[in-house]
Design a protein around this ligand. Sequence first.
Ligand SMILES: C[S@@+](CC[C@H](N)C(=O)[O-])C[C@H]1O[C@@H](n2cnc3c(N)ncnc32)[C@H](O)[C@@H]1O
Length: 259
Amino acid sequence: MQNQIKSVLERTFVSTVCITQFQSSIYQVDPFRIDNRSRHTIKFRQWVLHMATILRDWSYQYQWLYDSISWLAALTVGGEQRFRQLPLAGLPIEPETRVLDLCCGSGQSTQVLVQRSRHVTGLDASPLSLQRARQQVPQADYVEAFAEQMPLADDQFDLVHTCAALHEMAPEQLRQILQEVYRVLKPGGWFALADFHAPSNPLFWPGVSLFLTLFETETAWQLLQTDVPQLLQQVGFSVRNQVFYAGGSLQVIQAQKGR
Ligand SMILES: C[S@@+](CC[C@H](N)C(=O)[O-])C[C@H]1O[C@@H](n2cnc3c(N)ncnc32)[C@H](O)[C@@H]1O
């Protein structure tokens, strides 16, 4: 039995290292190394990148694909319903609480937020996603804008929530977005987020690596190396909670703006 467990762990470790190495080799293309590689390897890499681009495009184009992937990923934390509730756990949300669902996409979390508050605004840069959100969750107001430059007044929200979006931001963009979140929050307001984190359990590395390779870009890999609580503190937030799920591959953070 012990030998079997050892062998599974060894195989997981080896596949993790392989996938991670492969992924980093895709994004850190060194022209001198490529010259020395066989044409087949280069063609295979190009094919994987091409497939990843297609899958990513499809997942935004076809709502059923995005929802299926999201549903599948959420199984690791006990299902989509639970996943959507995680960032909100313990927060004071009343019908009069003013909530911003940042990078709301097609309204997957907005749907949950409108059940708690009468004043929910969804913000996203994608007109297509917003069109779907308006149809699926008409109870909320919507703003089409970039999160790093929100056309919203200072100090107006009690809660800013964002789910599965920060991994799409480049490091400087992420910093700007956190500053914007701080600006639009009222003093004492809450910022709740859920996003990827580097798994602490090695068994989760192969799945996360495969997922990021097929559906994400290098910004998601950069987020795995980012200390989000530290960034939040640099912007002025007090980090109240950081909880990990799915072997450490999902982080949920709740931070508060000073009064
Ligand atoms: C992976 S989806 C997440 C959608 C939704 N929050 C969810 O939980 O399913 C990321 C969303 O972020 C939006 N987005 C990406 N970059 C953005 C930016 N700079 N400003 C505003 N929205 C952005 C995309 O249009 C997309 O709808």
